[in-house]
Design a binder for this molecule. Sequence first.
Ligand code: A3P
Length: 328
Amino acid sequence: RDFTGYTFGLVRLNPGHWIFPSDFMKFADKLYNFKFKANDVLIMTYMKCGTTWMQEMVWTMRNNSNLDHAATDDAINSRVPFLECDMFLGSTAVPPPDPESSLCKEFAQLCPGKNPEDGFFLQMADAIPEPRTIKTHLPLSLFPPELLDTVKIVYVARDPGDVAVSYYHHAMLFKSAGYVGSFESFISNFMDDNLLYGPYWLHVKEAWEKRNHPNLHFVFYEDLKADIMGELKKLDTFLGTNVNPHQINKIRDFTRFEKMQERGNVFTQTGEPDPFTIPMIANQHGGFFRKGKSGGWRERMNDNQVKLMEEWTTQRFTSNGITFNSPR
Ligand code: A3P
């Protein structure tokens, strides 16, 4: 079943009911067997939990702590490749990357002689210079059990209500999704685990259970909003980057919502037009950088939806010891 209007077929994997575009099957083996290196950092999140923000923080901390590097204008997703992104390229609504785009030029440079059909993003992820930082929305259980003994993982979780609202906006905004259904139906499908990527609560639970593993750093979006300096220091300790207080200040400023919104370089270089999103939706409801706030879902939902979301959150998260400190 396809509730989000995605133009590609979906597959549902068991156990766990993870839901992906059917092209996932083309890349499943390569994804499972992706050769991670000991100094890789993997940013693992469910959709809309603050992935892009974390990508920029981690990449900058590891590669450009003085912020003097021209590469910061490059697309975040080419500096920190999206591991399973190839499964989305089969969508009829998304044109293949423009050969003249910075992304294609970068592929040609990084992967000379390689065929993009064998995995455009997978091969980029493999070829980027060390230290590599890679993004995935795949859950822990879809990787080999020894993954955490190989790489460091930064996991970001966010209040489910905010994830659901942000995801709804994402599904309307992206050409590959083009969601035109109701908000109400989207929210109930989110709580029924019926959206692309599947059960949010299970994704978080799997990482939460490993939160004490020395190679997993579990972060809440709400804590990033409430105390960014404290969280950047913790991140620095986890990554072993040894950035000084002056650099931390600069990284905080550089990764502020407004600054990232201004650069807008999630998929394309700063200033390059974004071919993936629907301009009309961006104009009416905001673009990729929509609000960047915690707890806003309570205003977006009606009283009944708020009650249902609170009950669902209690059942699925609080009962497992996971609480979200969004402002009320
Ligand atoms: P909203 O839709 O609630 O505004 P992801 O990167 O995982 O897709 O998450 C996107 C969400 O993170 C969006 O939430 C986006 O606005 C927010 N976000 C992106 N950059 C941010 C930043 N620098 N600070 C705070 N929130 C940010």
